[in-house]
Design a protein around this ligand. Structure first.
Ligand code: BG6
Length: 472
């Protein structure tokens, strides 16, 4: 539990992210006893709401999207902590007044936490407003994604932020890193003697990070047309997960050591080869309200990337994600090499060699891990059959106390722990890796809604196959 008192300012408080994730998440933290003993939450947006209207907005959001019902004493206490300030970068006075009132009510010297849940174009002006008023002092700031649109813009944004805030005050959020099962990659690899010895090019033939989604763009044409799936999902989420899968063992789990290691992975990634990328767009996307009739924005990406270092040289990492696909899943698959000698007959039915082993990590909430291997089928003949060993969070642990990604990360920001946040140099390197693709994107290929993307993704991954196992 954070020991400091906090005034939390939620910029973009009437937006989609606040409604779906942040307001329900803050209430869940309050209910779990994980907010500071004394806190105030100030919603801020351009629109003018009264405090009561904002409380109602928060209550509706929690009722629709939250885990905990907005009722009882816990809700009353939380609702009493809420107030609202209509503000924009050029007119900060209402916010200054509401912050001053909240600080007076708490007394002492509460810390300030700013969560910039605003469109990326508003990051710099909002930081500028904090810098021009006395709001920047004693503060931590959470910045949403995508952080920049290319290297130059990310670098400029870092410079703007660093003119006011020290890097230790900056929390660039990527909610995938807050997921229990992503943090569990560290435990799986480094707390056990079982997996890490095979976690390298000698044993692994390829890695797949697959995050298909069934939703379309959900009315977010304005955001999506400017952003596209590569910036929205690959730079932001999938590359970060890749960092955890590929990193060397850090000397500790402290923020510096952990982020040094993920940054080294990003440094070892050569620039994306444009011929190793498939950009797709679902049929019907151009008819969505607000989308350009000739739009070349991708709603799907599949890419083959490399990590050119001692551990991974020659091992392709295949990433795939997109909207309007067949299933919503989040799966990492490590494909293992065949054993060096084959003493078992080919499958008499198909004449095919046995499939390779796989270690599959599903990082859905709460997720599961499966090892797929071959075993002798019972009977007179020496016949092999596919078998699995599986771990499901819900079987081994009580998952009721799990925090959602955003919740864990907001809590970490209040505690000042940056381990699961991205760092300026790491994110700039990722934009550098992406530069060729952003400068010279191949045309989008159409795909049917509910499919797995354009046909050419099969060529991209050959001789391997896209693999999405059933949930055990
Ligand atoms: C967000 C993206 O960051 O992550 C969305 O902007 C995407 O486009 C979402 O749908 C996926 O997150 P989750 O946690 O639902 O897998």
């Amino acid at each position: 539990v954070p020991r400091d008192d906090y005034v939390i300012v939620l910029f973009g408080a009437t937006g989609d992210l606040a409604r779906r994730m942040l307001l329900p998440g803050l209430f869940h933290l309050a209910k779990a006893g994980l907010l500071p003993a004394r806190y105030r939450i100030i919603g801020s947006a351009r629109s003018a709401l009264t405090d009561d209207e904002f409380r109602q907005h928060a209550k509706d959001a929690v009722a629709e999207f939250g885990l905990a019902e907005p009722t009882g004493e816990a809700w009353r206490e939380f609702a009493n902590s809420l107030s609202f300030a209509a503000a924009q970068p050029t007119q900060p006075q209402p916010l200054l007044d509401v912050v001053a009132a909240a600080e007076k009510a708490l007394g002492g010297q509460p810390r300030r936490l700013y969560h910039l849940a605003v469109p990326p174009v508003a990051f710099a002006p909002t930081i500028g407003m904090l810098a021009d008023t006395d709001l920047a002092s004693n503060a931590r700031v959470i910045i949403e994604k995508p952080f920049g649109t290319d290297l130059a813009s990310a670098h400029a944004l870092n410079e703007t932020i660093h003119a006011t805030f020290d890097e230790s005050q900056v929390f660039r959020i990527d909610h995938f890193l807050g997921k229990e099962s992503v943090a569990n990659i560290l435990a799986l690899r480094f707390a056990n003697g079982l997996f890490e010895p095979i976690w390298n090019r000698d044993h692994i033939s390829h890695v797949q990070i697959d995050v298909p989604e069934t939703i379309g763009i959900e009315g977010r044409a304005g955001f999506f047309e400017q952003t596209g799936t590569f910036r929205d999902m690959i730079v932001t989420h999938l590359f970060q997960v890749l960092g955890f899968v590929a990193m060397e063992p850090p000397t500790s789990l402290a923020a510096k050591q952990l982020r040094d290691e993920t940054t080294k992975v990003f440094e070892a990634m050569p620039p994306l080869n444009v011929t190793h990328v498939v950009r797709g767009q679902y049929r019907g996307y151009r008819d969505e309200p607000g989308v350009d009739a000739g739009s070349q924005t991708e709603t799907f990406i599949a890419a083959r990337v490399e990590v050119d270092n001692w551990r991974w040289s020659g091992v392709p990492f295949y990433l795939r994600t997109g909207k309007s696909l067949g299933q919503k899943r989040r799966v990492i698959t490590l494909g293992l090499k065949q054993p060096p000698m084959r003493m078992f007959a080919l499958d008499p039915g198909t004449g095919q060699a046995a499939p390779s082993n796989q270690l599959v990590i599903d990082f859905d909430d709460p997720g599961w891990i499966v090892a797929r291997f071959l075993a002798k089928e019972p009977g007179a003949a020496m016949r092999l059959g596919e078998a699995t060993m599986s771990f499901r969070y819900a079987d081994s642990f009580c998952v009721q106390h799990a925090l959602a990604g955003y919740e864990r990360l907001i809590l970490d920001a209040m505690l000042g722990d940056q381990s699961l946040f991205t760092r300026a140099d790491g994110i700039e390197r990722l934009w550098q890796v992406s530069a060729r693709l952003l400068d010279d994107p191949p045309p989008v290929e159409p795909y049917t809604r509910g499919s797995w993307g354009p046909e050419s993704i099969h060529r991209l991954i050959s001789p391997h196959h896209w693999y999405l196992p059933d949930t055990p």
